[in-house]
Write a protein that binds this ligand. Structure first.
Ligand SMILES: [Zn+2]
Ligand SMILES: [Zn+2]
Length: 236
């Protein structure tokens, strides 16, 4: 065996020690991103609002007649569509929590595999919805960037960071829709490089879509031609 191959194997072995293949939710060894038990808790996104992905009432057969939800009819968001492979809950919610709050940076690439489960974007580039620089320093990494890098491999679309978060907005959790919208309004600035581009925003979870809407609006203000959104999970 050549020395370089030995070194390569040793390096892979060391990586295995640091990041052995484990379930992203319960740490069961040998399976990624989820073990069989945890994978059973994943709920694919049901057909719903064709704009924001809000799950619809199955009794209305939305597949036959896609209908925008009440929010999108009353106040269309600045993005053309937002979708996700799964509903936010079960093992996926647990794994996203670990990625964001338990310093499990390694789960970014593992979870990004799940983007295979949703429609490929019709965009020129992927743009992560960024953390505020202060929060990035605290966390040490930006989970949306990790997910975008993983999604870039799946969708074969490059990552181009086009946004900065100019205001630290704090947690959206616990705020209602109107409060979320107020809280993130004007929180982002788009790069002039966005001019003329079709951009797909990438983030971990979409809840009301307020953050995605503020980010999309910043890109449109910077001259982006079109914005769509992909997240790992959609709030039910
Ligand atoms: Zn598991
Ligand atoms: Zn909608």
């Amino acid at each position: 065996m050549s020395i370089s191959l030995q070194l390569q194997r040793a390096a892979i072995g060391a990586l295995d020690l640091i990041f052995p293949v484990r379930c992203a939710s319960c740490d069961a060894p040998g399976e990624s991103p989820f073990c069989g038990v945890c994978a059973d808790t994943l709920v694919p996104l049901a057909p719903g609002c064709p704009v924001c992905g809000e799950p619809g009432d199955e009794a209305l057969l939305p597949l036959l007649k896609p209908r925008r939800c009440q929010h999108c009819r009353e106040k269309p968001p600045p993005f053309v569509m937002a979708t996700a492979p799964y509903l936010h809950g079960g093992a996926l919610a647990e794994a996203i929590h670990r990625l964001k709050y338990e310093r499990r940076e390694d789960l970014g690439p593992a979870l990004a595999v799940l983007f295979e489960g949703c429609a490929g974007p019709r965009s020129d580039c992927l743009c992560p919805i960024p953390l505020h620089p202060r929060r990035l320093r605290q966390r040490g990494y930006d989970q949306a960037r990790l997910l975008a890098d993983g999604a870039a491999k799946r969708f074969r679309i490059p990552v181009v960071p086009l946004l900065t978060r100019v205001r630290d907005t704090g947690q959206q959790v616990g705020r209602d829709r109107a409060a979320r919208e107020r809280n993130v309004r004007g929180a982002f600035a788009g790069s002039e490089k966005a001019h003329g581009l079709r951009v797909c925003l990438v983030d971990d979870v979409l809840t009301t879509g307020a953050t995605a809407a503020a980010a999309a609006q910043a890109l449109l203000n910077a001259g982006a031609a079109r914005v769509e959104v992909r997240t790992l999970a959609r709030a039910p």
